[in-house]
Structure formats: structure tokens, C-alpha cells
Write a protein that binds this ligand. Structure first.
Ligand SMILES: Nc1ncnc2c1ncn2[C@@H]1O[C@H](COP(=O)(O)OP(=O)(O)OP(=O)(O)O)[C@@H](O)[C@H]1O
Length: 631
């Protein structure tokens, strides 16, 4: 990134003025308060570089000491207000609800007062002085930071990389400060420059009015106040403090603007350390209910329903879904867009859209025993803090769009290191080695170089491999992959599928593969669960689903797949599409939800929702007519 010449100038000017201000007491300078009436309005000389003011005081010394007062008040106030405002904005935007209300209302109250009026009132009541001024300015500018951070947090909090951080089992504080904050830091930096500038101007204004820094101390506002009555006689007395003021304000703005560009997205802001305490606390939280696991299942989702509240009303995005995953087994969850596949995955991961959705019924059990047959633990009743023990460590998730779920401001190495550290206390010296090994494991060439790169420097396929490497850092035994290949081209798609298959076999991971592409399913899955309008309409082995479908919707999906030799002659015919469209979740048919689009529907199909009937073994269908129709 190119740094402009004006930024260099701003940096040099600020460095000079700040150094002078800090070192003022030890520099061999004139005393800024000592008067010499004989030198009244004397011009610049080798002894007095910028001349003398109306009381014969050295103007250069007063400018430097004025910088000390103006800058310390402004920077301290801007930092204090930033510290409070950013935390308030983050908490309000991240948690929302009543916390949002409680955090933001006081901000609105402060904002409703014009700053100058409030400053005048307070200083008039408390009395002028540097400490009062700093405190006052700090309070005045908290709301501006809070509102900016709040707005930015709202736009970031639902992005996939925040979900991915949750999926890794990170706590709220860690997500807020290490995932969300770096992504909202840009506007906060710009705001910091504006607040410093505004504080310098306000301090000068109040000192000019005699309500800020008090004589004999020096400040730029006081200098302007002293020079104003003599501006005809000695215009330079006014120009020097004004010039110092303008150049400082401009330099701060310029520099913060450039800093924002440097830090986002190709730099990293160092933030709070990992809250290990929260992790330890999570281990002491309520433990799940247990039940026997004679069949050795890894995951047993039984009849879960999930509702989502929208502006138009509440929808049952998932309605009585059951599925079972055994260790090392691949379950493909297929169906058209909006059939509830992702919501099923999010329900298992407890990553449903915050506050607007919840699992309303059914149960989700998971076995932590790597040997199988260990007890099944009930996850759906666990409080979120307890559930975090499972996310990342036991159950991980990869998402459709890797660019959106990788944090754009961190290098690949740092994101891997975070993921590794989230699961075990890996020593810093080993982190790099383990990050490189994790990348090599997902087939990334030259991993030592790649860990130094940012997500935008990688191809789509590589990003997905990185996302997978991050998801695997906690050695999960169940992986939910939500359309991980949809955003990739066909060749890369095939490579990612091969990779998933290899990793699954090597680690005996159970995989729920969410897709709308039956072609992909044939390559990877052991079983297929077909979903339509939030319900499972057919569940069977790959052979049963591909060669002996027992639901007309499954047949329709199969007919929509482009010709694939390995699927047998049934698909080697003209490409068909299912007529009609998926019904709106607000207006679902009262009987079989597929009936309006089904070529085999009879009037009886509209009466009551059909139940899942067993065809044979674990093969089930939600079609009343499966015995009568030839598919
Ligand atoms: N955050 C949300 N707010 C409102 N409705 C939602 C939200 N997320 C999902 N839905 C609704 O829930 C239903 C199921 O959505 P879901 O994303 O699970 O479908 P899907 O089968 O995964 O589709 P796709 O293949 O397009 O991802 C849809 O009707 C969808 O509109």
C-alpha cells in the first residue's frame, strides 16, 4: 500500500510537536510565563524564534507549552471516551435486546445536549481547569464512539466468520474483542482522529472563553484570546497559535485516515488476550442429560422443530426432522433452496439467528465416546455456555462461502493459531509448526508461505481448504458442511469433495453434508436425507435413494440432475425440472406439502400431513402412495 506524501508530512509534524510538548520541561527554552515588557511585540530573533507577545513572553515557548496542554487534554479525552464508547457499542450491537436499550439510551441523552452548551454549563458549575475539561470532553464523546461501533457491529455480527468463531466454541468476549472489534476498528480510528481534533478545538474554544486552561498556564486557546485585542498591531501573535491548531488538527486527521488504511485489511490490531478464565468457567457449567447408546450412534436428532420469527410472522423452518449419524458415516441433507437444510445444521450447532429463532421441540443427542456405544448426551437443553464445550472440539461446521467465514484482517496463520489455541494450550513456539501441519493436512502446497497470507490472497478452493483446516483444529468427530463446494468451480469442487472424503476416512469423522446437488451426493454420501418445506420426505441409503426412490420429490430431484453414467440408466434421459415452485413458508399446503407439484397427487393427499412410513429397514418416505406408484 502506498503512503501519501501528505501523510509523511503529517507524521513528521505530529512527531515534532508531540516530542516538543513532552520534552518541553527539559528543553533549554524560555519560561513561557516570564514577562519582559521591554520586549513587548518584539519580532523574531535568534533568542526568541517567533518573537514576543503583549507581555513580552516568548511566543515559541508558549506555543510548545500550549501544545502540552491542548494535546494532553485532547488525547486523554479521546482515549478515555474511545475505551468506554467502543465497549458500550460492541456490547449493544452484539447482544442486542434489552442490553442494547440499556446501553444506548444514556448515549442518546448525552447526545441530545449541544456539546458547547453542556461544557459551558459544567465548567460554570464546577469551575475551569485541565482535569475538569478532560473529564467533560471524555463524557461528551463517549456516544459518538458507541454509536459508530454499534452500527458497525450490527453489520458484522451475523457474518459467516463470526458464526465460524462461534462454531469453534469461542466465548462472547473473545468473539467481540478478537473477531468483531478488528473488523470495526477502521471507522473507530477515523472517529478517534475526529474526536482528537474536536477536543483540541473545544479546549481552545473554552480556554478562549476563559473556561478551560487557566492563566498563567499556556494553551493555544488562551494565546488566541490574549492576541485578539492586539491583532492589528501584532497579527503574528494570532497567526502562530492558529497555525499550530490547524496543522495539528489536519495532521491528526490525515494520520488516522492513513493508519486505518494500513490496518484494514492488511494489518492486524492487537487486542485483548484470550479469556482462558471463561473457558475454565465453562467446564464448571451444567452437564447434559445422558441416555444409553446401544446402537453406537454419534448423533441422534429426533423430531426437532425450529421456528423463526420474521416481520410477516413465525415460520416453522424445520418441522419434525429426525436424522442419525454413525461414526464415520456421511449423511447428505438435500433439497431445494429454503427446504430447511441450513436451519437443521444451525439447530444442531446452536447457531440459529440470535433471538428470532429457537428449537421448539424434539431432541438432539451426541456421543462423545470415540469408541462408540458411550452414552448419548442431550445437547438441545444445554445452556449456550455449556454447549461451547462441544463446538469445535466435538462438532464443527464449514460454510458455503469461505471468504465470508475467514476473518479478512488476520493472516491465515493467525486464524489457525487462534483455532488451535481455542482447543488446547499449545505453546507459542509450537503454534507455527502446528499451523503449517494443519494446512499441509488439507493439501495446501507451500504451507509455510501460505500461513503468512491473508484470505484475499488465496483462491476460492484454497480458502475452503483453510476453512476446513480451521474447523479440524479441535479434532471434531462430527463435521457439518453447509454447501462447502457450491461457490467453487467444478474441478475445485471435486478436489474438495475428495479431501473431505479422505479426512473423513482417516479420522472416522461423521459428516453431515448439506447440498442441493444430488450429483455431489453420489460421490460422497452413505445415506441421503431429502428435505422439502422443512420436513424430511425421504431417508435412505444412497442406493435406495438413487435406484429405488419412494417419494415423487426425490424422483423429481433425480431427474433434474445432469446425466451421470455412474447413476445408472434412469438418469441418462432428458433433463427435467420439477413443475411449480416451493410454497411460501407462510402458506403451506394443509396436507402433503409436495402435493401441488406432484404428478401422482390424489385428493386424499390434501387431507392431513402424511407421516414418515418405513419402506424397508431404515428407508422411510413421507408419501401415502409410495406402494401404488412406480417411480
Ligand atoms: N435469518 C432468517 N430469518 C428469516 N427466515 C429465515 C432465516 N434463515 C432461514 N430462514 C427461512 O427458513 C427457511 C429454511 O431456510 P434454510 O436456509 O434452512 O434453507 P436451505 O434449505 O438451507 O436453503 P439454501 O439451500 O438456499 O441454503 C426458509 O424459508 C428461509 O427463508
Amino acid at each position: 500500500m502506498r503512503i501519501s506524501l501528505s501523510s509523511y508530512f503529517a507524521a513528521v509534524f505530529l512527531l515534532a510537536i508531540v516530542s516538543l510538548a513532552v520534552l518541553a520541561p527539559v528543553l533549554p527554552m524560555k519560561d513561557p510565563v516570564v514577562m519582559d515588557v521591554l520586549k513587548r511585540f518584539a519580532g523574531p530573533s535568534s533568542a526568541n524564534w517567533l518573537g514576543n507577545d503583549a507581555f513580552g513572553r516568548d511566543v515559541f515557548a508558549r506555543i510548545v507549552h500550549g501544545a502540552r496542554a491542548s494535546l494532553s487534554v485532547a488525547v486523554l479525552a479521546a482515549l478515555a471516551s474511545a475505551a468506554v464508547g467502543v465497549v458500550v457499542g460492541l456490547i449493544a450491537g452484539y447482544f442486542r435486546g434489552w442490553i442494547e436499550l440499556a446501553a444506548l439510551r444514556p448515549m442518546d441523552i448525552i447526545l441530545s445536549f449541544p456539546p458547547m452548551l453542556l461544557a459551558l454549563l459544567t465548567v460554570a458549575l464546577v469551575g475551569p481547569g485541565t482535569v475538569t475539561l478532560t473529564l467533560l470532553l471524555s463524557i461528551l464523546f463517549v456516544p459518538t464512539y458507541a454509536r459508530i461501533t454499534y452500527g458497525e457491529t450490527l453489520s458484522v455480527r451475523n457474518l459467516e466468520y463470526v458464526d465460524a468463531a462461534r462454531a469453534l466454541g469461542h466465548g462472547h468476549a473473545r468473539i467481540m474483542f478478537r473477531t468483531v472489534l478488528p473488523n470495526v476498528a477502521g471507522p473507530v480510528f477515523v472517529q478517534f482522529s475526529l474526536v482528537v481534533a474536536a477536543c483540541i478545538v473545544l479546549e481552545s474554544g473554552l480556554s478562549f472563553l476563559g473556561l478551560g486552561v487557566t492563566p498563567p498556564n499556556s494553551s493555544w486557546g488562551l494565546m488566541i484570546r490574549d492576541a485578539r485585542p492586539h491583532m492589528g498591531q501584532n497579527p503574528m501573535g494570532l497567526i502562530w497559535p492558529c497555525l499550530a491548531l490547524v496543522l495539528t488538527v489536519w495532521s491528526v486527521n490525515r494520520l488516522c485516515d492513513q493508519l486505518r488504511d494500513v490496518l484494514d485489511p492488511r494489518g492486524a490490531v492487537k487486542l485483548l488476550p484470550a479469556p482462558g478464565l471463561l473457558r475454565r468457567w465453562a467446564r464448571a457449567l451444567p452437564q447434559p442429560e445422558r441416555r444409553d447408546n446401544p446402537e453406537g450412534r454419534l448423533l441422534d436428532v429426533d423430531n426437532i422443530s425450529t421456528e423463526i420469527r420474521t416481520a410477516r410472522g413465525t415460520i416453522n423452518a424445520v418441522d419434525g426432522v429426525s436424522l442419525v449419524v454413525n461414526p464415520g458415516e456421511v449423511i447428505a441433507l438435500v433439497g431445494e433452496s429454503g427446504s430447511g437444510k441450513s436451519v437443521t445444521g444451525f439447530s444442531i450447532m446452536q447457531l440459529l439467528p440470535y433471538r428470532i429463532s429457537r428449537v421448539t421441540g424434539g431432541s438432539i443427542h451426541y456421543s462423545r465416546d470415540p469408541e462408540g456405544h458411550g452414552p448419548l448426551e442431550r445437547l438441545d437443553r444445554l445452556p449456550p455456555e455449556s454447549y461451547r464445550q462441544y463446538r469445535g472440539n466435538e462438532i464443527a461446521m464449514v460454510f458455503q462461502e469461505p471468504m465470508a467465514c475467514l476473518n479478512p484482517v488476520y493472516t491465515v496463520g493467525r486464524q489457525l493459531a487462534e483455532a488451535i489455541r481455542a482447543h488446547d494450550a499449545c505453546p507459542t513456539a509450537e503454534l507455527r509448526k502446528r499451523s503449517i501441519a494443519a494446512l499441509a493436512d488439507v493439501g495446501i502446497p507451500d504451507p509455510a508461505r501460505r500461513i503468512e497470507e491473508y484470505p484475499h490472497q488465496l483462491s476460492g478452493g484454497m480458502r475452503q481448504r483453510v476453512a476446513l483446516a480451521i474447523a479440524l483444529c479441535g479434532n471434531p468427530r462430527l463435521l457439518i458442511a453447509d454447501e462447502p463446494t457450491t461457490a467453487l468451480d467444478v474441478t475445485v469442487q471435486a478436489q474438495i469433495l475428495e479431501l473431505l472424503d479422505r479426512i473423513r476416512r482417516e479420522r472416522n469423522i461423521g459428516l453431515i453434508f448439506i447440498t442441493h446437488d444430488l450429483g455431489v451426493v453420489a460421490q460422497l454420501a452413505d445415506r441421503v436425507v431429502v428435505m422439502y418445506c422443512g420436513q424430511v420426505v425421504e431417508d435412505g441409503s444412497v442406493e435406495e435413494i438413487f435406484y429405488h426412490p419412494r417419494h415423487p420429490y426425490t424422483r423429481g430431484l433425480l431427474d433434474s440432475v445432469p446425466k451421470h453414467g455412474e447413476l445408472g440408466d434412469k438418469t441418462e434421459k432428458r433433463l427435467l425440472s420439477i413443475r411449480g415452485t416451493v410454497p411460501s413458508p407462510f402458506d403451506l399446503p394443509s396436507g402433503c406439502r409436495y402435493a401441488p407439484r406432484c404428478d401422482f397427487a390424489r385428493p386424499a393427499c390434501d387431507k392431513g400431513v402424511p407421516v414418515l412410513e418405513t419402506v424397508e429397514g431404515r428407508h422411510t418416505t413421507r408419501c401415502r402412495r409410495w406402494k401404488d406408484i412406480a417411480l
